[in-house]
Write a protein that binds this ligand. Structure first.
Ligand SMILES: Cc1cc2nc3c(=O)[nH]c(=O)nc-3n(C[C@H](O)[C@H](O)[C@H](O)COP(=O)(O)O)c2cc1C
Length: 199
């Protein structure tokens, strides 16, 4: 199964080979690897260096904690994410610590941190799958997340598994080619939807 991005211009292998699996193997993720992943997230850029990202993590080795976090995902995501040896929640602080004003870029910067973590995961042979399908209010209550923070995403992490382990239609989806809009639909120059001439 090759899910490598088909590109018109060359990109780094780490980016081309990243994708979001639903089938994960049973192989555990060591504490050292997890440390590297959060270190990668920690060094992301952020507006005013606010570093608004926070993560809650649960490992299969701690079944109660794992089940608690699994229960913060919508059922459709629980169905496959239960294979992943590590689950996380991505949380963003919504105000700047320096002045208490709203941070309109908090979720952007959580995304940057998560992308950094995804790149590090790829470098270490792991895969991550982000999820918007979570129960943010339930998670906020369980983990006593302060009002100023927004529970934004779930993340499944682990080593690649066997697509055959998934029920349909997830199994078919796992084998499908990855698709993207063409560059001309997303990179504009002189005006809206006017593709940059160099493309
Ligand atoms: C913020 C975010 C939320 C997502 N939510 C879900 C989700 O709830 N369930 C799911 O199965 N996939 C989810 N995905 C995965 C996307 O469907 C996937 O990234 C997209 O189809 C592109 O596929 P690729 O990551 O394999 O290139 C999410 C991805 C992101 C970044």
């Amino acid at each position: 199964m090759d899910k490598t991005a088909v590109t018109h211009y060359p990109i780094h292998e780490l980016l081309a080979k990243r994708w979001s699996p639903r089938a994960f193997s049973g192989k555990a993720v060591t504490a050292e690897v997890l440390g590297s992943l959060f270190e990668a997230a920690r060094w992301a850029a952020s507006c005013y260096n606010e570093q608004p990202w926070r993560f809650i993590v649960a490992r299969r080795e701690e079944p109660d904690a794992y089940d608690t976090l699994l229960g913060c995902l919508v059922e459709g995501n629980q169905a496959w994410a239960v294979q992943a040896p590590v689950l996380m929640l991505g949380i963003a602080k919504q105000t700047f610590t320096r002045n208490g004003k709203p941070n309109a870029h908090a979720r952007h910067d959580l995304g940057l941190a998560t992308a950094g973590m995804m790149a590090q995961a790829g470098a270490l042979g792991l895969y991550m799958h982000a999820m918007g399908g979570i129960l943010p209010e339930k998670a906020a209550g369980i983990y006593r997340v302060p009002d100023d923070f927004q529970v934004c995403t779930g993340i499944a992490l682990g080593y690649l598994g066997d697509p055959e382990s998934l029920a349909e239609p997830m199994k078919t989806g796992e084998l499908e080619a990855r698709v993207r809009k063409p560059l001309t639909e997303i990179v504009f120059a002189s005006g809206w939807e006017e593709p940059a001439g160099f493309l």
